[in-house]
Design a protein around this ligand. Structure first.
Ligand code: SF4
Length: 333
């Protein structure tokens, strides 16, 4: 398959028919030479406009339990197994309501409560229930949660609380997962995602690019996400955290990050594709602009969980300049 062929095929199959690229086709896009990246991104942008529209979803996230996680995800500064400088913080409920309100004022429609845990215990579930009720009463915003692996009873409790979307990342291709995490399996994560879908919550599932996986494994991951059909895919680029086993992995070149954005959009034409952690380091300002013009249609405003993000004003100004409307709540309810 030549590079010209793959973009011509993608134009017909993805843009016109709305059928995402399969694994071999995604690999062909990921293998395009640097000079074809602008063409791939331009096509990805057309696909996003055709199948998702011009709106950009803006989201806020807040950590309700930071650090000290018993799992060993090798990229994660919040694992209690590595000597990382992350401090443990717990926010109180009034603080969470204020954070949700500030996030809504910035135009966000989704506010995600995130806890660094393998899965929630009873105490965390009860704190989350209190937080969801308090935010729901005071702020007009959809509430999402990211609390790790769920039991059926916990999933049912979250669905009954009205949690709109649940985030649980597969992180990487199934074949690469054992190199990244040894304390739980890819399949355990997959089971939680199926449960979330079955219980009627939206599924948010993405991963991190640049953790030593090959191009074939990036394509494999895109195909596995394609089978899952998540409502949202947060795409992260490894920002090596000091003290973690991946601290010395090389930074992903910006060209690889851009190729990945284009390829994932062509594999997942209808999903909300979000720029998540690591984009400032990997892509900088110019890359952010190219990503939003290359298939991305969601972004987080403000800070991420353990690293500083960009100034939210700068992101919103960029969307304004590119004439991309921020999705409003009435349209997602
Ligand atoms: S389960 Fe989540 S918080 Fe815990 S180490 Fe893995 S990525 Fe980090």
């Amino acid at each position: 398959m030549t590079d010209t062929d793959i973009l011509a095929i993608a134009r017909e199959q993805v843009l016109e028919q709305g059928d995402g690229l399969d694994e071999a086709q995604t690999l062909a896009v990921l293998s395009l030479p640097d000079e074809r990246i602008p063409d791939a991104l331009a096509l990805a942008h057309e696909v996003r406009l055709r199948w998702c529209g011009p709106e950009v979803e803006v989201e806020g996230i807040v950590s309700i339990k930071t650090g000290g996680c018993p799992e060993d995800c090798h990229f994660c500064g919040q694992s209690g197994r590595f000597p990382t400088p992350v401090r443990s913080v717990r926010l109180d409920i009034p603080g969470l309501v204020i954070a949700a309100r500030q996030t809504a004022v910035m135009g966000a429609t989704e506010f995600c409560l995130v806890a660094a845990v393998r899965g929630p215990d009873e105490r965390l579930m009860s704190q989350v229930a209190d937080a969801v009720r308090a935010i729901d009463e005071a702020v007009e915003i959809n509430i999402a949660c990211s609390l790790g692996i769920l039991t059926r009873a916990q999933g049912e409790q979250l669905a009954a609380l009205g949690v709109h979307r649940y985030n649980h990342n597969l992180e990487t291709a199934r074949s690469h997962f054992p190199e990244v995490v040894t304390t739980h399996t890819w399949e355990e994560r997959w089971d939680t995602l199926e449960l979330v879908r079955e219980l009627g919550m939206e599924v948010c599932c993405g991963g991190i690019i640049g953790m030593g996986e090959g191009l074939e494994q990036r394509a494999e991951f895109a195909a596995q996400l394609g089978r899952l059909e998540p409502d949202e895919v947060p795409l992260n680029f490894l920002d090596p955290r000091p003290g973690t086993p991946f601290a010395d992995l090389p930074q992903l070149p910006a060209t690889d990050a851009l190729r990945t954005i284009g390829a994932f959009r062509l594999a997942l034409p209808r999903t909300i594709l979000r720029f998540a952690g690591g984009r400032e380091v990997t892509l900088g300002d110019l890359g952010t602009r190219r990503g939003v013009l290359g298939g991305v249609n969601a972004m987080i405003v403000g800070n991420y969980l353990t690293t500083l993000g960009r100034d939210p004003g700068a992101d919103l100004e960029l969307l304004d300049e590119l004439q991309m409307p921020v999705k409003t709540l009435s349209k997602v309810l």
